[in-house]
Design a protein around this ligand. Structure first.
Ligand code: NDP
Length: 444
């Protein structure tokens, strides 16, 4: 490894020993950047990497709210404004009990490179809270979102920082947060993306991450003389990304045979009935365990690993580190041809290497799931123009963006690594654009 990169990594390991997801993401990324720093000694003179790995700003605050029983509750919330080198901070808000600063820094780092890859002028950020929306009433969720925004509104804005959804933050939460933001700021400039269609949201945003994932997978398979049609697909999760990834996979002729949630997974050899999944997860906010009852087919397994289900295409779309080396071994043994990350860093570093060493095509999240933020940026453009494009226009732009991302990472992989090392291709292509902007802007 390049000595400068190694030094910065060592310093990070010392300083942030307790932030294990952030260190994992930094290791994954920096580990592929050596050739860039070999070719650009001026980056070290400018202290570029030390600056790049530190967020520009972190906001940490308490969120007090009152539950339905009248008891005060307190959660912790954060906004990590990681990099504004190429545009205003942009990235989702996550509500999940596991949320902490290390997880949000990892997500914001990923987001910075992902946003760069989209080719659109957006910097990187991420935020969230350890609040758990599961089991809360709509009123409780609303009170929490309003209280959170009573602080966050000071730090965001259409040209400053534009949050969006993520795990635990869907249309309901975005609506409550945006409503309170608007009330406090007295402006209607579209500071959130993922908004409802009646108040500035973009058509196609709901589907964008999942659909975009499949557009990229399709391009990757074609470039390697494979085709999606007829493939058996396993999709982990059953949230926003998973549902629309499954939908587009089916539209493109593949067969989705398994999906999951954090309690277990369901296998349906007839092909997953997506209407049943949507009813359970999107309408009733229920558990995937009830799938066999709704779909009148399929088998549910509590716990266990969804990656034990044989498939040709695996799409981890739930959460970080959900696909381990053990899982990767099962998938390879069962003949998997390609893996693409719908979630952020769902595959551990060891599992990623195992796939690559065994000839499995692997697309990392910062390229593969960039469709969501791409359409978010299109939502920002529509808001600025006071226009609303139709679904087909947004979808066509999304497809073009994902195909361009694939072409970019494939070309970069061929130039700096090996033709199918799309992980290195994505890291370097995303990083170079940010690095050039940072060099141009001086030591700031
Ligand atoms: P959702 O909250 O809509 O769905 C998350 C899904 O993952 C749920 O089915 C959830 O199950 C499941 N899940 C969560 N934790 C675990 C776990 N520990 N083990 C197994 N399953 C789990 O989130 P999204 O679909 O929006 O996000 C999923 C991933 O995609 C995240 O990594 C996110 O950062 C990433 N992403 C999302 C984008 C978007 O546009 N939404 C854009 C780019 C990336 P349960 O119902 O039991 O909680």
């Amino acid at each position: 490894m390049n000595a400068y990169v190694q030094r910065v990594l060592d310093e990070l390991n010392q300083r942030y020993a307790h932030e294990k997801e952030f260190l994992q993401a930094a290791q994954e990324m920096l580990g592929t950047l050596s050739s860039v720093f070999d070719q650009h000694p001026e980056y070290e003179q400018a202290g570029l990497l030390e600056r790049f790995v530190e967020p520009e700003r972190v906001i940490l605050f308490r969120v007090p709210w009152v539950d339905d029983a009248g008891r005060p509750q307190v959660n912790r919330a954060y906004r990590v404004q990681f990099s504004s080198a190429i545009g205003p901070y942009k990235g989702g808000m996550r509500f999940h009990p596991s949320v902490n600063l290390g997880i949000l820094k990892f997500l914001a780092l990923e987001q910075t490179l992902k946003n760069s890859l989209t080719g659109l002028p957006i910097g990187g950020g991420k935020g969230g809270s350890d609040f758990n929306p599961r089991g809360k009433s709509d009123q409780e969720v609303m009170r929490f979102c309003q209280s959170l925004m009573n602080e966050l509104y000071r730090h965001i804005g259409a040209d400053v920082d534009i949050p969006a959804g993520d795990i635990g933050v869907g249309a309901r939460e975005v609506g409550y947060m945006y409503g309170q933001y608007k009330r406090l700021k007295g402006e209607y400039t579209g500071t959130f993306t993922g908004k409802g269609l009646t108040y500035g949201g973009s058509k196609g945003r709901t589907q964008a991450t999942g659909y975009g994932l499949l557009y990229l997978v399709d391009a990757m398979l074609k470039a390697n003389d494979l085709k999606l049609e007829g493939m058996g697909v396993v999709v982990s999760g059953s949230g926003n990304v998973a549902i629309y990834a499954a939908e587009k996979a089916m539209q493109l002729g593949a067969k989705v045979i398994a999906m999951s949630d954090s309690d277990g997974f369901v296998v349906d050899e007839n092909g997953i009935n997506l209407d049943a999944v949507k009813q359970i997860k999107l309408v009733e906010r229920g558990r995937i365990a009830s799938y066999p009852e709704y779909a009148k087919s399929g088998k549910y397994t509590a716990g266990g690993s969804i990656w034990s289900v044989p498939c040709q295409l695996a799409l981890p779309c739930a959460t970080q580190n959900e696909l381990t080396l053990e899982d990767a071994k099962m998938l390879v043994q069962n003949g998997v041809k390609a893996v693409a990350e719908g979630a952020n860093m769902p595959t551990t570093l060891e599992a990623t290497h195992f796939f690559q060493e065994n000839g499995v095509l692997f697309a990392s999240g910062k390229a593969a799931n960039a469709g969501g933020v791409s359409v978010s940026a299109l939502e920002m453009s529509q808001n600025s123009q006071r226009l609303s494009w139709d679904f087909d226009e947004v979808d066509q732009r999304l497809k073009t963006i994902m195909e361009d991302i694939f072409a970019n990472i494939a070309q970069t992989a061929a130039k700096y690594a090996t033709p199918t090392d799309y992980v290195t291709g994505a890291n370097i292509a995303g990083f170079l654009k940010v690095a050039e902007a940072m060099m141009a802007q001086g030591v700031v």
